[in-house]
Ligand binder design. Structure first.
Ligand code: NAD
Ligand code: UFG
Length: 351
């Protein structure tokens, strides 16, 4: 059965990155033409080369512009090469700690970058945007699961950029009903394409749990620090909603279907999560089983700003997008390990 996105042209900012590369693949599978705009700040073109290799018959439907979203002329050139039906906007900086140390870098790249992108879209006559937001906009939620109408809060400059861009795009759509805006709030993306050819390749020391566990398993880091075992959870460690990156990618295809078939969709906010949570110890055990490796770990103090438990209410995603996550945490670990064991240094060589 063909999807309503078949034949659509989608400009994907940040398409060479972790979530972007998996989404490009699923868009190509669904019959879209994909135009990637990425400045390779946190990625390499190798990811796109491998996406093409995974989809041999449709590789010519992917084009790449090495371009910063702050570069007006570069964006105009990327839009001018063909008529673009919708934009999926992943490009952004995402390291929470770095955003505290270098806030202006985050405000410039994420917020000014989005302003520049929206202006280029208006010049090109494209008024449909799907934006990568984050569960970070729930701050430390008072209860779980998080529904989309929960109060929002920002705990750091990174979170403030996500929240501000959400407000900005909401105001834009309210000012002009021709705009279609989908704000996707991701929970914790993990895993990799089951082929093991594409996956997450963080630069430096990973901030997030799964890539850190992966690097311990392949011997790049001696042990995992578990941030606290005295939370009010089943085993005392923090619990999160880990979502397989392929499910997340399919969530973007579902969002694109929505904007392509419902021109009056307006502005929609949707959680992309699984609706269940997994503790740090459960994730480590699952990864140890998938990899056959022991994961040395040490319990250390809580990380400031960490909530005990965060997971998504997923009803709206099913109702509005007809989408739900399919993969278990076990499958996430199996696919993460295939990627890690076959690419221990990601797309590059040893540091
Ligand atoms: P990533 O760093 O792998 O991908 C982001 C891509 O954007 C990279 O390829 C980078 O080179 C590119 N980029 C950054 N600034 C740019 C600029 N000014 N111009 C052009 N390209 C630029 O990150 P990811 O994990 O794939 O995340 C994608 C999006 O999803 C980000 O906006 C991130 O904030 C959001 N998000 C990620 C997570 C997560 O845990 N991975 C969770 C919630 C939301
Ligand atoms: N954790 C450890 N040790 C580590 C890293 C993490 O014990 O080395 C624990 C954390 O305390 C937390 C859980 O593992 O309980 C998950 O931590 P992550 O850093 O992987 O994920 P967070 O949920 O804290 O935050 C991430 C991003 C946020 C984003 C959020 C939801 O960093 O920006 O996912 O998308 F908002």
């Amino acid at each position: 059965m063909s999807l309503p996105v078949e034949g659509s042209t989608v400009l994907v900012t940040g398409g060479a990155g972790y979530i972007g590369s998996h989404t490009c693949l699923q868009l190509l599978e669904a019959g879209c033409k994909v135009v990637v705009v990425d400045n390779l700040d946190n990625s390499s073109e190798e990811s796109l080369r491998r996406v093409k290799e995974l989809i041999p018959g449709k590789a010519e439907n992917l084009s790449f512009h090495n371009c910063d979203i702050l570069d007006e002329a570069g964006l105009d050139k990327a839009f001018a090469a063909q008529k673009v039906d919708a934009v999926i906007h992943f490009a952004g900086l995402k390291a929470v700690g770095e955003s505290v140390a270098k806030p202006m870098r985050y405000y410039s790249n994420n917020i000014a970058g989005t302003v520049t992108l929206v202006a280029a879209m208006e010049r090109a006559g494209c008024k449909s945007i799907i934006f990568s937001s984050s569960a970070t906009v729930y701050g430390e939620p008072a209860t779980v699961p998080c529904t989309e109408d929960f109060p929002t809060a920002a705990l750091n400059p990174y979170g403030r950029t996500k929240l501000f861009i959400e407000h900005m795009l909401t105001d834009l759509q309210a000012s002009d009903a021709q705009w279609q805006v989908v704000l996707l709030r991701y929970f914790n993306p993990v895993g990799a394409h089951p082929s093991g050819r594409i996956g997450e390749d963080p630069k430096g020391i990973p901030n997030n749990l799964m890539p850190f566990v992966q690097q311990v398993a392949v011997g790049r880091r001696p042990q995992l620090s578990v941030y606290g075992d005295d939370y009010p959870t089943s085993d005392g460690t923090g619990k999160r909603d880990y979502i397989h990156v392929m499910d997340l990618a399919d969530g973007h295809v579902a969002a694109l279907c929505k904007v392509r078939k419902d021109e009056d969709c307006g502005c929609i906010t949707v959680n992309l999560g699984t609706g269940t949570s997994t503790s740090v110890l459960e994730l480590v055990n699952s990864f140890a089983k998938a990899s056959g490796k022991e994961i040395p770990m040490q319990i250390v103090a809580r990380r400031p700003g960490d909530a005990a438990e965060v997971y998504a209410k997923t009803d709206r995603a099913l109702e509005v997008l007809g989408w739900s996550a399919k993969n278990s945490i076990e499958q996430c670990c199996i696919d993460q390990w295939k990627w890690a064991s076959e690419n221990p240094y990601g797309y590059g060589g040893p540091e």
